[in-house]
Design a protein around this ligand. Structure first.
Ligand code: SF4
Length: 294
C-alpha cells in the first residue's frame, strides 16, 4: 500500500490514538488490511461502514460520538470543511502510465490543436507526462488550478475546465470512468475526451452528454407539469443545501405545487417507496442525477 508509512507518520504527528476511517467503496477489499496495519502500529481503529463518495461527506460528529480523536479520510482531499476533529487526508494517488495509450490513440486528437487538460485526484501524478507528450507532439496545452492540483476537478466542480474553455479546441480528461469527464462535458461547449487508463483508450463523451441533456430536458418538463414535488436534501456536512431547498420550495409553491422537503443521509430506493410525488428534485450531491431531476 503506497504511502501508508507516510500516513502513519502524519497520524502520529497529529497525536492520533483512536482513528475513525472513511473511505470510498473501491477500497472495501483493502480496508480491513489497512485497519489491521494501523492497529499493529498502535492506533485503535473504527471503520465507517457508510459509503463515502467525497470529502463533502465528513463524519466528525459521528466519530466524536464514538470516542475517536482523529478522522482518516481516504481517497479524497481537503474540501475546506470545518471539523470537530483533526482530519488526515490520504489522497491515495495511483501510479499509472497513460503514455502508451496516449501514443496508440493520439490520432483521435488530430483535429485539435489547443487542448485543456483535466484530471481527478487519483491521477494528478500522470498530468505532467501527458502534458509533455502533447506538447512534444505539437499541441498547445492549457491547465488551470482551482483545487489543490493543476487540472484537478471534482464530480461537482469542473471550474478548472470552465475557465479555460474559450482558449481550447477540446478537453482531455486523464483518469478512469465516465463520471468526471461527463461532468466536464455537460458544463462546456467543447468536445471532451477521456484518456481512460483502465480501458486503455481515448473516447469522446459526446453521446453520453447528449443522453444526459435529453434526460434533463425531459425531467425539466416533468417538473413544470408536476403537482407534487419532493425536494431531496442531505444533512451531510458538505452537501447541506437546505437554504436553497427552502427557496426552491417557495418558488414552486408560488406556482401552485405541493412541495415537501425530504432529508437523507444516503438515498436508497426503499426509502422513497410509498411516497407519492409526481417528481423528486435532487439537492444533494449534484451528480446524483440518474434517478432524480436536477
Ligand atoms: S457533492 Fe458529490 S460530486 Fe461533489 S465531492 Fe461530494 S460526492 Fe463528489
Amino acid at each position: 500500500m503506497k504511502d501508508i508509512d507516510k500516513i502513519k507518520e502524519k497520524l502520529k504527528e497529529s497525536r492520533a490514538e483512536k482513528i475513525f476511517i472513511q473511505y470510498p467503496e473501491g477500497l472495501v477489499p483493502k480496508i480491513v488490511n489497512i485497519a489491521r496495519y494501523l492497529e499493529k502500529e498502535g492506533f485503535e481503529v473504527v471503520l465507517s461502514m457508510e459509503p463515502c463518495y467525497g470529502a463533502c461527506d465528513l463524519r466528525d460528529m459521528e466519530a466524536k460520538r464514538l470516542g475517536c480523536d482523529t478522522i482518516l479520510h481516504i481517497g479524497h482531499t481537503d474540501f475546506g470543511l470545518e471539523s470537530e476533529l483533526p482530519i488526515v487526508y490520504w489522497e491515495y494517488r495511483l501510479d499509472t502510465d497513460p503514455i502508451p495509450t496516449l501514443k496508440e490513440e493520439f490520432h483521435k486528437l488530430k483535429p485539435y490543436k489547443k487542448i485543456g487538460l483535466v484530471t481527478s485526484l487519483q491521477f494528478v501524478d500522470a498530468m505532467n507526462n501527458v502534458k509533455e507528450f502533447l506538447e512534444e507532439n505539437g499541441k498547445e496545452v492549457f491547465v488551470h488550478k482551482t483545487l489543490n492540483y493543476f487540472g484537478q476537478i471534482l464530480g461537482c466542480c469542473v471550474y478548472p475546465a470552465e475557465v479555460i474553455q474559450d482558449k481550447v479546441d477540446c478537453f482531455l480528461y486523464v483518469g478512469a470512468g465516465k463520471f468526471h469527464p461527463l461532468g466536464v462535458a455537460i458544463k462546456v461547449d467543447k468536445p471532451v475526451f477521456s484518456l481512460d487508463v483502465e480501458r486503455n483508450e481515448i473516447y469522446n463523451l459526446e453521446s453520453e452528454k447528449m443522453k444526459y441533456l435529453k434526460k434533463k430536458a425531459w425531467r425539466d418538463s416533468q417538473l413544470e407539469d408536476a403537482d407534487t414535488v419532493g425536494i431531496l436534501v442531505s444533512w451531510k456536512k458538505g452537501q447541506n443545501r437546505i437554504e436553497e431547498a427552502r427557496k426552491l420550495k417557495k418558488e414552486l409553491e408560488d406556482k401552485g405545487k405541493g412541495v415537501t422537503i425530504l432529508a437523507f443521509d444516503r438515498i436508497t430506493d426503499n426509502k422513497l417507496e410509498g411516497l407519492k410525488f409526481d417528481i423528486l428534485v435532487n439537492m444533494i450531491c449534484p451528480r446524483l442525477d440518474d434517478e432524480v431531476v436536477l
